[in-house]
Design a protein around this ligand. Structure first.
Ligand code: TYD
Ligand code: MG
Length: 458
C-alpha cells in the first residue's frame, strides 16, 4: 500500500502546493487553499487507463510543418441546429466538450434529448447524479425513442472504462464531471485533484479512441465552472448554458472552441416536453402590442452571429428612501449606473433622486454594447412618462461624454429591423459612412449625441 500523501490546492486556479498558504502565488486569490489527499505513483496506474493493454511508449520526433498532412477534422451534424452552430459546425471526432450551467437550468435535458435524437450513433450516457429510473422518466417525458442509447449509473472511472471497452460507444456523455472519482486519487469527488485526474483520463480516452466526450459541469455562484480553471484548459470546447429559471428561454454560448468561433450562440425554449430550438428569436422577444407604453424600447442587437431584436423595459420612480435603488436584470448594473451618470451630467436629468429598475425581456443576458442606446431611451421614456412609438428601434453604444458611438455589422441590424416591420431605426452618425441607405425601405436616422435622440423622441 502506497503512502497516502496530501497536498494543498488553490480552488480557483488549481495550483498545487505542499503547504498551506494564505494567498495563491499563481493567481493571487486569498484563502483559496484546501487540503486534498492525493496518492501518487501507484504501480497499477494502467488499470484505470481506458485501454489496459497499455499502448506502447510513443517516441515523438520533430517534423516540419510542411510535411504534416492536413487532415480534415471529422464532424457529425446533430439534428439540433443550435448545438451544431455553437460547436462550430457539428460534433468533432475525439473532442472533449465541457458544458457548464447552474443547477436546474436544463443541462441534463439538453444532452439527453440530443443523445436520443442521434439515430444510428451508439451513445453512452454516464450519470452520477440520477438513477436509471429518473432518466427513463425524463426520456418518456421527451417522447423520443432510440435503441442505440445506453445508460450507466457509475462514478468510478475504473468501472466506467471497463464498461466502455465492452460497449465501444461512439459518443460519451458524462453527467456530471463533479461526481466522478478516480481510484488513483484519495480525495472526495468534486475536489480539484479529482476533477483534474478524471478529466485527464477522459481526455486520453477521447483522443486515443477518437470518441467525442461531453462533460457536464456545475457552475459556482460567480458564474465560473466549479473546479479550477485547469479544467477549461484541458478541454477543447467550453459551452455555457444560461438563462433565468423563471423564464422559458435558454442560451447556449461558446466560451472557448478549438474547432470554431466563440461568437456563436444557440437559443432554446424550455417546454413541457423538452427544449425547443428557437430559430427566429426576435419574434418572441418583442411583445406584439398596439399601445405606446412609457419605459419600453426595442434594441437591434447582435448576439453571437445573429441579429436579434430585444425589448428593454425601464421603470423610473421617485425614490422613497435616502439612497436610490438601482436594479438591472439581463444588463450589467455598472453599465446602467454609467448611463445614468451620463444622463445626469450631459443631459441635466435628475436621476439621483429616482429609483431605477431595468429589465431585458425574456430573462436573456445581453452582452452586445449596442443595447446602450435602447436602454438610455427606455430610461428617458419612463422618466418623462412619454411612450416611444412602437415601430422605432435603436442600435448604438453610448460614450462617457454622451456621444452615440458606432456599432459593428449595422447592415444586418437594419435588415433585421426592416424584416420585422419596423418603420425607423436610430443609429450613430459614425455608422452612416459607407452605408448604402438606398437598399433599405426602413427610415434610418443617424444621431451624434444623446440630446439629439431626446429631441427626436420627445
Ligand atoms: P435538468 O436538465 O435536470 O437541469 P440540470 O441538469 O441543468 O440541473 O432540468 C431541470 C428543469 O427542467 C426542471 O426544473 C424541469 C424542467 N423540465 C421541463 O420544463 N421540461 C422538460 O421536458 C424537462 C425534461 C425538464
Ligand atoms: Mg442534471
Amino acid at each position: 500500500m502506497a503512502k497516502i500523501k496530501s497536498a494543498f490546492f488553490c480552488q480557483e486556479c488549481g495550483y498545487e502546493s505542499p503547504k498551506w498558504a494564505g494567498k495563491c502565488p499563481s493567481c493571487g486569490t486569498w484563502n483559496s487553499f484546501v487540503e486534498e489527499k492525493v496518492q501518487k505513483d501507484i504501480p497499477s496506474r494502467h488499470n484505470v487507463d481506458w485501454r489496459s493493454d497499455a499502448s506502447p511508449l510513443r517516441t515523438s520526433k520533430i517534423v516540419n510543418l510542411e510535411d504534416v498532412e492536413g487532415a480534415e477534422e471529422k464532424r457529425w451534424l446533430t439534428p439540433d441546429a443550435e448545438l451544431n452552430r455553437v460547436l462550430g459546425g457539428g460534433i468533432v471526432a475525439g473532442s472533449l466538450v465541457l458544458v457548464g450551467g447552474e443547477p436546474g437550468i436544463g443541462k441534463s435535458t439538453l444532452f439527453l434529448q440530443n443523445a436520443l435524437l442521434l439515430n444510428n450513433v451508439k451513445t453512452l450516457y454516464i450519470s452520477g447524479e440520477e438513477s436509471e429510473q429518473q432518466i427513463k422518466m425524463r426520456a418518456d417525458r421527451l417522447k423520443i425513442k432510440n435503441d442505440q442509447f445506453y445508460l450507466l449509473t457509475e462514478t468510478s472511472t475504473q468501472s466506467i472504462f471497463q464498461e466502455i471497452k465492452k460497449l465501444q460507444p461512439q459518443l460519451v456523455i458524462v453527467d456530471s464531471i463533479q461526481t466522478l472519482q478516480s481510484p488513483l486519487i484519495e480525495s472526495a469527488p468534486g475536489s480539484v485533484s479529482q476533477i483534474r485526474e478524471t478529466t485527464a483520463e477522459l481526455q486520453r480516452f477521447a483522443k486515443e479512441s477518437q470518441t467525442p466526450v461531453f462533460l457536464i459541469g456545475h457552475i459556482t455562484k460567480d458564474g465560473s465552472i466549479a473546479g479550477p480553471k485547469v479544467l477549461e484548459h484541458m478541454v477543447d470546447t467550453v459551452l455555457q448554458f444560461e438563462g433565468d429559471q423563471h423564464y422559458a428561454y435558454r442560451i447556449l454560448r461558446t466560451i472557448k472552441n478549438r474547432f470554431g468561433s466563440t461568437a456563436e450562440l444557440g437559443i432554446y425554449e424550455m417546454t413541457g416536453n423538452g427544449l425547443r430550438q428557437v430559430s427566429n428569436p426576435s419574434e418572441i422577444l418583442i411583445s406584439q402590442r398596439e399601445d405606446m407604453l412609457s419605459g419600453v424600447s426595442i434594441a437591434a442587437t447582435i448576439e453571437g452571429m445573429r441579429p436579434m431584436l430585444i425589448e428593454v423595459q425601464a421603470l423610473v420612480t421617485q425614490s422613497v428612501y435616502g439612497t436610490p435603488q438601482r436594479t438591472a436584470t439581463g444588463f450589467d448594473l455598472r453599465r446602467l449606473q454609467l448611463l445614468l451618470a451620463v444622463l445626469e451630467k450631459r443631459g441635466g436629468f435628475h436621476f439621483g433622486v429616482k429609483d431605477v429598475f431595468l429589465n431585458i425581456a425574456g430573462g436573456i443576458r445581453v452582452e452586445d454594447p449596442s443595447i446602450d442606446l435602447a436602454v438610455l431611451c427606455a430610461l428617458l421614456s419612463s422618466y418623462e412618462d412619454i411612450g416611444i412609438a412602437n415601430k422605432i428601434c435603436f442600435a448604438g453604444e453610448v460614450g462617457l461624454s454622451g456621444e452615440i458611438r458606432a456599432v459593428n455589422r449595422i447592415d444586418q441590424r437594419i435588415a433585421e429591423a426592416e424584416k420585422l416591420g419596423f418603420d425607423k431605426i436610430i443609429i450613430s452618425k459614425y455608422n452612416k459612412k459607407g452605408l448604402d441607405l438606398n437598399k433599405f425601405k426602413i427610415e434610418v436616422l443617424a444621431v451624434g449625441r444623446v440630446e439629439e435622440v431626446y429631441r427626436i423622441l420627445f
